[in-house]
Write a protein that binds this ligand. Structure first.
Ligand code: SF4
Length: 280
């Protein structure tokens, strides 16, 4: 079935995997920084706050980055607990409070000082021959938590949301999205890392990708968890084994831009490249 989808998904890719749609994605925040050291830490912050509607996410990301100035990696490297709290004062986004943002900044600062950035933490855990990035992702999260200075309470709800439990049943969407940005390279994704191959990436499963994945028969599951991530990734791997997640931005934006709403709309379906293979 999957292979039959390829020409239709390729049309969605051509229509939506484009820089003109970047402003409706938290990845846009990362592209504002030219230095890869800044891009890596900004990407972790932006992906970490990518829950809720796009407008709120973009506002939350902007508020989280503004206090770090034009050179966030340098700021974070030199940031102490008191200054972090001062800079974060007043920050709030959903359940993430100023102390949680300060905690993330302090962990990223420790990673920059101790390891030179995030990729070495991922690479230390990730086997080259692994079928996916789960082990490396888990290693990255554990290392960030281990590096947390004593002032950081990693058990706070808002702080824990930056340290997702990759080994559990959840989809870990934000972490897989961060890895997509770091590992793939095209006009949107940055391709800064070499510690994993695009073939190993797992789909960052948001509500749109889950819904469209079901409509295309890539998964039969109702729960958007790790099992669905594996179903949809397997289906996309059948289309392009070397770079399956190249379809993610386009599928997500089909939903984000309102072209495939939760309740199917025949007028929109008539214009959709996926209509011949969609089960709605
Ligand atoms: S055909 Fe309609 S329901 Fe199916 S993916 Fe396209 S817009 Fe969504």
């Amino acid at each position: 079935m999957s292979l039959r989808l390829k020409p239709f998904l390729d049309r969605v890719l051509a229509r939506y995997n484009r820089r003109e749609f970047l402003p409706t994605d938290p990845l846009s925040a990362v592209h504002r920084y030219p230095d890869p050291r800044d891009q890596e830490v900004v990407a972790y912050v932006a992906a970490g706050l990518a829950f809720g509607n796009v407008k709120s996410v973009l506002a939350g990301v902007a508020a989280a980055l503004a206090p770090l100035g034009s050179r966030p990696a340098r700021t974070l490297t030199n940031l102490g607990p008191a200054a972090a709290l001062r800079k974060a004062q007043g920050f709030t986004y959903r359940w993430v409070r100023d102390r949680d943002m300060a905690n993330l900044w302090l962990m990223l600062g420790a990673a920059l000082r101790e390891a030179g950035g995030l990729e070495p933490l991922f690479a230390a855990a990730q086997p080259a021959s692994a079928p996916d990035t789960l082990v490396g992702a888990d290693g990255l999260v554990c290392a960030l938590s281990d590096l947390a200075p004593p002032a950081v309470d990693v058990l706070r709800r808002g702080t824990r949301s930056f340290l997702p439990g990759v080994s559990g049943p959840g989809a870990s969407k934000r972490l897989h999205m961060f890895l997509r940005w770091m590992v793939r390279r095209d006009e949107l994704d940055l391709g800064l890392w070499t510690a994993a191959r695009p073939a190993q990436l797992l789909v960052p499963l948001d509500t749109h990708v889950a819904r469209i994945g079901r409509r295309l028969g890539l998964t039969a599951r109702r729960t958007a968890g790790k099992a669905m991530v594996q179903d949809i990734t397997a289906g996309l791997r059948a289309l392009d084994p070397a770079d399956p997640i190249k379809y993610d931005f386009a599928l997500a934006h089909l939903g984000i831009l309102g072209a495939c709403p939760t309740r199917a709309d025949p007028k929109l379906c008539a214009k959709c490249p996926l209509v011949p293979v969609c089960r709605v």
